[in-house]
Design a protein around this ligand. Structure first.
Ligand code: GLN
Length: 486
């Protein structure tokens, strides 16, 4: 089956080559045919999507429509959707139907795009392999024995296989970029504060950010315009104008400086990935960029810093799930204490409980200064490193992951090795910076990603660099073999 870019779908709709109803029906057919291999969706929104497509077609016929009118998309199951189950891949929220839409979902609705379904993910976005989902793992379309990455693994697998053109994800420590790298697609985590967090179920509030997984930088640019901007309902969203990202895609990058942090190119990166990344860097040189080595001296502390800060915030955010107002409620408890304990014990999976316990520990009296406060200080040092670096360079390039996708089951029993997976992605969350991963080559028929990091609110620059790279290469056009048939 042909994987359509958003750009192509917009063109087809505007030329009346296809109707929105036909498009929606094509994607549901694809999902029905292929998703039992992938397990990338938790909930489908078929009836409502079909109804919306008919309304979209009326608008299109009347010539009264917007760029995204009638275009299907999917959302990670962490964004609240009014009247549609929102589970966060947890038993705790297995039957939760939100009474309101998150701001991002609302903005996209207003832009005319149609929500096809909610994608699978790690439970409460905690994980790097999509194996912590209560609804079972997602399988990588390039090799069904492998993980598509996490936590936005369902969105990544759905886009990479072609059963959806574009999908929402969230990235707290790499959950958009790492799955994008493992599945050979493009993923953007915007600047912290660029997209509203209102109605996006909180994991670690100072790190969480909504973003996109798509086939090209161009598609991300188009969709990002629809979902960015200040939201009075989110006190951490920033009043910064939203640029027309699509307008700067073709800018020349000649003379721009790219910094390669020496801490990213060390022996934790496998040699094949290193070789492939070097080839990618040469393409940027061919496009006129200047390459220089830089240092981010404190970036080596990113993983421990993140796992203190993120766990602390999660232990506080997840305190609200007690089965009393909502969430899993056990009927056989004897008193109030037992009710809290049982609901949380049965409602949460192992990884979520591990984080809550770690987080509670680092916030407790006597340990707060030694762990939480210390981590906050190191976080500031990491931020400062980037600030210094961006005085010298326009963009930073590095690997997204240490290696291509690992096997399902390979790391799930070893949390520390799973956590180390985020070694290259976490620092930009700690510093609130925008970052993108795009395909840069293949090793053993598995995709490899390259990561670009920019100063705050320079998403346009990430998309510009990536777009020019994608004009020169065809890695982003390679499709997984198992999904070629219609
Ligand atoms: N893998 C990281 C974690 O488990 C990041 C997750 C994310 O970005 N949501 O916390």
């Amino acid at each position: 089956m042909e994987r359509f870019t958003l750009k192509k779908l917009i063109h087809m709709i505007s030329q009346r080559e296809i109707s929105s109803a036909e498009l929606v029906s094509i994607y549901f057919q694809r999902i029905k045919k292929y998703d039992h291999f992938l397990n990338s969706f938790i909930t489908l929104n078929q009836e409502s999507a079909e109804e919306q497509s008919l309304i979209a077609d009326k608008k299109i016929q009347a010539g009264n429509y917007d760029l995204l009118t009638g275009i299907p998309y999917a959302s990670k199951d962490i964004f609240c959707t009014k009247g549609i189950k929102t589970t966060c891949a947890s038993k705790m929220l297995e039957n939760f139907v939100p009474p309101y839409d998150s701001t991002v979902i609302n903005q996209i609705k207003n832009s005319g795009a149609i929500l096809v379904g909610k994608t699978n993910m790690d439970e409460f976005a905690m994980g790097s392999s999509n194996e912590t989902s209560y609804f079972g793992p997602v399988y990588n379309p390039w090799d069904l024995e492998r993980s598509p990455g996490g936590s936005s693994g369902g969105s990544a697998a759905a886009v990479a296989s072609g059963i959806i053109p574009i999908a929402l994800g969230t990235d707290t420590g790499g959950s958009i970029r790492q799955p994008a790298a493992f599945t050979g697609i493009t993923g953007l985590k915007p600047t912290y504060g660029r997209c509203s967090r209102y109605g996006m179920i909180a994991f670690a509030s100072s790190l969480d950010q909504a973003g996109l997984l798509a086939l090209t930088a161009e598609d991300i640019a188009i969709f990002l315009e629809a979902m960015s901007g200040f939201d009075p309902l989110d006190s951490t969203s920033v009043e910064e104008p939203v640029p027309q990202y699509s307008d700067s895609l073709h800018n020349s990058i000649a003379g721009k400086t790219i910094g390669l942090p020496k801490e990213f190119f060390n022996n934790s990166l496998d040699t094949e990935s290193q070789r492939i990344l070097n080839q990618g860097i040469e393409i940027y040189e061919k496009l006129g960029a200047k390459i220089t080595e830089i240092s981010l001296p404190n970036v080596g502390y990113s993983v421990p810093t993140y796992y203190v800060v993120a766990s602390a915030e999660c232990s506080s955010n997840l305190a609200r799930y007690d089965g009393i107002r909502y969430g899993y409620r056990d009927d056989n408890t004897k008193d109030l204490d037992d009710l809290y304990r049982t609901n949380r014990q049965i409602g949460f999976g192992d990884e979520v409980k591990r984080r809550i316990m770690t987080g509670t520990y680092v916030l407790s009296a006597g340990y707060y200064d030694a762990y939480y406060l210390k981590a906050q200080k190191v976080r500031q040092l990491i931020s400062n490193d980037f600030e210094e670096a961006f005085k010298e360079v326009d963009l930073i390039i590095g690997p997204t992951t240490q290696s291509p996708a690992f096997n399902i089951g390979e790391k799930i029993d070893d949390p520390v090795s799973m956590y180390m997976n985020d070694i290259y992605t976490i620092s930009s969350n700690l510093a609130g910076l925008p970052a993108l991963s795009h395909p840069v080559g293949f090793f053993d028929k598995l995709p490899i990603g390259m990561q670009l990091i920019a100063p705050h609110f320079h998403e346009y620059q990430l998309l510009n660099f990536c777009h020019l790279f994608q004009q020169e290469t065809d890695f982003h056009l390679q499709q997984p073999q198992a999904f070629l048939d219609d």
